[in-house]
Design a protein around this ligand. Sequence first.
Ligand code: SAM
Length: 146
Amino acid sequence: MPESTLMSERVQAVLKRLYRNAEAVDAAALARTNPVTDALAGDEKVRVRSEMLGEAYLSVPPDVGRLLYILARAHPSNTIVEFGTALAISTIHFAAAVRDRGEGKVITTEINAEKARRAGGASPGGRLAGLCRDSRGRRARNFTEP
Ligand SMILES: C[S@@+](CC[C@H](N)C(=O)[O-])C[C@H]1O[C@@H](n2cnc3c(N)ncnc32)[C@H](O)[C@@H]1O
């Protein structure tokens, strides 16, 4: 991949930290949740999994993140809309693509208020944050200094 915001030392350091956290948090959360929800079905299963996995990242893996970056950077559309920020791993890939395109924005939404709050701490120095908006068009104010 040519030189890019995504592969910069700063962004890679943030992603490395997030993926390391995700590995630890998700493994424990899934180990707790799966035995409970395996026996459930339908809306109840969705509800209980959503509650029990509230702290989990469940993010795109690194190779899928890089694919998202490439697709977003190459696509002619200027606006990327993401449903499900979680803890911003995918959002960082999109924002890096927008920065390297030189124009555009990312609109990202997260239904879980605590995750939306925590996602702010994930952005590398807030530099990519300026490219992100919430679904009402407000600057994603939670994307501040890590
Ligand atoms: C698989 S995770 C997203 C992972 C994230 N895109 C990444 O790769 O880092 C799905 C997220 O969608 C959120 N979610 C579920 N329903 C939603 C909705 N209706 N609107 C916004 N977010 C939603 C969940 O709270 C969860 O954090």
